[in-house]
Write a protein that binds this ligand. Structure first.
Ligand SMILES: CC/C=C\C/C=C\C/C=C\C/C=C\C/C=C\C/C=C\CCC(=O)SCCNC(=O)CCNC(=O)[C@H](O)C(C)(C)COP(=O)(O)OP(=O)(O)OC[C@H]1O[C@@H](n2cnc3c(N)ncnc32)[C@H](O)[C@@H]1OP(=O)(O)O
Ligand SMILES: CCCCCCCCCCCCCCCC(=O)OC[C@@H](O)COP(=O)(O)O
Length: 420
C-alpha cells in the first residue's frame, strides 16, 4: 500500500511536469516551431496548455463569479423595470428580453467558445429560412443533461434567445439568478398536478398572445428526464393504453401539449419537432462543458404547421403519440447510421454571446482584482477570510445549480408513487 507521502510525491511530480510543460508550450506559442521543446510528455502534447487551463478550478471560479454576480445585477435591473410594466408593457418586455439575453447567452458562450461544441442541424432548407422569423412550439426529447443548453444555442443562432420560453417545473423558478430572471421573461411554470396547474397554465399561455418579440416555446412532453426506471414504468402505461412501445423516449404526457397548441393557435405558426442526439454515444454534462470538453450534438428539426394538428383533445393526443413513435424511429436510425435524415447545415455562429461574456468578465474582474490587491496590502485576516468565504459561497451556489441539471438529481415524476 503506498503511503500518503508516496501520493504526495506522485502528485508533486505530476504537477511539476504539468507546470514545466505549460512553460514549454508558452515558449512555443511565443517563439513558434523553431524552438520546439522536445521534453514534453505525450499526454501533455494531446491536452495542450489551453485545455489544461480550462480544467483549472481558478478558471471555473472566475467564470462562476462572473455568471453569478452579473446575474444578480441583471435581476436587480429587472426589478427596476417593474414600474414600467403598467405604463408601457411592451417596452418592459423588450427590455427584459435584452436583459435575459445578457445572462442566458453567457452559458451559450461557454458551450460555443469555451468548450468549442459545434451543433449540427439536420433540416429542410425551405423550413430553415423560417426559423427565428416566426413563433413556434418546440417539442424536444429529454435525454441529456445539456439539452437545454443546446436549445439555447440554437435560439441564439436564430436570434430568439432573449424571448424564448419553456414549460418548466415549478422548482426551477426558485433557482437563484436564472429562476428569478425567468419570472420576468414570463416563463410558464407548473407543479405537474393538473388540477392545481390548469388555470395559471392557460392564463400564462394567453399572456403570450401579444408578446412583442418572436419566441420559441419549449415543451418536453415526457415531463422528466429519461432514466431506465422511468422508461420501464412509462412502457407499462403504454401497454395498458395499447400503445406501441418506445425504445428511446418515455411515453409523452399529452395534456400539456394539447393545451399549449389550443391556446397558442393564431400566435404560433408551427410545431418544431426536434430530436437531439450526440455522436459517439457521448453523455454530455454541464461540468464537462465547464471543463472545456467538446461535444458533438446533432439536432433533427421538422417543421409542422400548427393548422395540421387536430383540435380535438383525443385526436391531438393520438397525433402526439404518433409523433413520438416517429421520433423514436429517428433515434433508432441515428444509432444505426450515425446521422439523421435530410440535409445538414451549421447555422452561423453570432459574436454577441462572446462579446457580452467578455464584457461582463472584464467589468467584474476589474473591481475584483482591485479588491484583492487592497486586501493583500491591508493584510487584514478578517477581510481575507470574508473574501475567501464569498468566493466559496459563489462556487457552492453555482455547483448546486449545475447539480439541478444532473439526471441523478431527477425528480420522482413518472415513477409509480407519482402516477395517477
Ligand atoms: C431550429 C432549432 C429548434 C429548436 C431548438 C430547441 C429548443 C429551444 C427552445 C427554447 C428554449 C427555452 C428555454 C429552455 C430553458 C431551460 C429549461 C429547460 C428545461 C425545463 C423543462 C422542465 O422543467 S420539464 C418538466 C415540466 N414539463 C412538463 O411536465 C411537460 C410535460 N407534461 C405535461 O405536459 C403534462 O400533461 C402536464 C404536466 C401538463 C399535466 O400532467 P399530468 O400528469 O397531471 O396529466 P396528464 O393528463 O398529462 O397525465 C396523466 C395521464 O398520464 C398517464 N400516465 C401515468 N403515468 C405515466 C407515465 N409514467 N408516463 C406516461 N403517462 C403516464 C396517466 O395514466 C394519465 O392518463 P389518462 O389517459 O388517464 O389521462
Ligand atoms: C457561464 C455560466 C456558467 C454557469 C452555468 C450555470 C447554469 C445553471 C443553469 C441551470 C439551468 C437549469 C435548467 C435545468 C433544466 C432541466 O434539466 O430541468 C429538469 C426538468 O426538465 C425535469 O426535471 P426532472 O423531473 O427532475 O427530470
Amino acid at each position: 500500500m503506498p503511503s500518503s507521502n508516496h501520493w504526495g510525491v506522485a502528485y508533486g511530480a505530476l504537477f511539476e511536469t504539468s507546470a514545466r510543460n505549460a512553460v514549454f508550450q508558452l515558449i512555443e506559442l511565443v517563439s513558434g516551431p523553431r524552438f520546439r521543446c522536445h521534453k514534453r510528455t505525450k499526454a501533455w502534447d494531446k491536452m495542450g496548455l489551453v485545455q489544461w487551463l480550462k480544467g483549472q478550478f481558478l478558471c471555473h471560479l472566475v467564470i462562476c463569479y462572473g455568471f453569478f454576480v452579473s446575474g444578480l445585477l441583471i435581476n436587480l435591473l429587472q426589478i427596476c423595470t417593474l414600474p414600467l410594466w403598467p405604463i408601457n408593457k411592451q417596452l418592459a418586455r423588450r427590455i427584459n428580453c435584452k436583459l435575459g439575453y445578457s445572462l442566458t447567452s453567457q452559458s451559450v458562450a461557454l458551450l460555443e467558445w469555451w468548450s468549442g461544441t459545434e451543433i449540427t442541424l439536420y433540416t429542410d432548407p425551405e423550413n430553415y429560412r423560417l426559423y427565428g422569423k416566426e413563433n413556434a412550439i418546440v417539442v424536444l426529447n429529454h435525454n441529456f443533461e445539456i439539452d437545454f443548453l443546446c436549445g439555447w444555442t440554437f435560439c441564439d443562432r436564430f436570434g430568439v434567445l432573449g424571448a424564448s420560453k419553456c414549460l418548466a417545473k415549478k422548482e426551477l423558478s426558485y433557482l437563484p439568478v436564472i429562476g428569478w430572471m425567468w419570472y420576468f421573461l414570463e416563463m410558464v411554470f407548473i407543479k405537474r398536478k393538473w388540477e392545481e396547474d390548469k388555470r395559471n397554465f392557460v392564463q400564462s399561455l394567453q399572456n403570450l398572445r401579444d408578446y412583442p418579440e418572436n419566441f420559441w416555446f419549449l415543451l418536453h412532453c415526457e415531463g422528466t428526464r429519461f432514466t431506465e426506471e422511468k422508461h420501464l414504468v412509462s412502457m407499462e402505461v403504454a401497454e395498458k393504453k395499447s400503445l406501441p412501445k418506445l425504445k428511446h423516449h418515455l411515453l409523452p404526457r399529452t395534456k400539456g401539449f394539447w393545451v399549449a397548441v389550443q391556446n397558442l393557435r393564431g400566435t404560433v405558426a408551427a410545431v418544431y419537432c426536434c430530436t437531439l442526439n450526440f455522436r459517439n454515444n457521448e453523455t454530455p454534462t454541464l461540468l464537462g462543458v465547464l471543463n472545456g470538453e467538446k461535444y458533438h450534438p446533432d439536432l433533427y428539426v421538422r417543421r409542422i404547421p400548427l393548422e395540421s394538428i387536430p383540435e380535438d383533445e383525443a385526436e391531438c393526443s393520438a397525433w402526439l403519440h404518433k409523433l413520438y413513435q416517429e421520433k423514436d424511429k429517428f433515434q433508432e436510425d441515428y444509432n444505426q447510421t450515425g446521422c439523421f435524415p435530410g440535409p445538414k447545415v451549421t447555422p452561423p455562429c453570432r459574436p454577441w454571446a462572446l462579446i457580452n461574456w467578455l464584457g461582463w468578465t472584464c467589468l467584474l474582474l476589474y473591481p475584483l482584482c482591485l479588491l484583492l490587491v487592497q486586501l493583500v496590502n491591508s493584510g487584514s485576516i478578517l477581510s481575507i477570510l470574508a473574501t475567501v468565504a464569498f468566493c466559496a459561497a459563489v462556487s457552492v451556489c453555482v455547483r448546486w445549480m449545475i447539480g439541478q441539471t444532473e439526471v441523478k438529481s431527477s425528480s420522482s415524476y413518472g415513477l409509480p408513487l407519482n402516477n395517477k
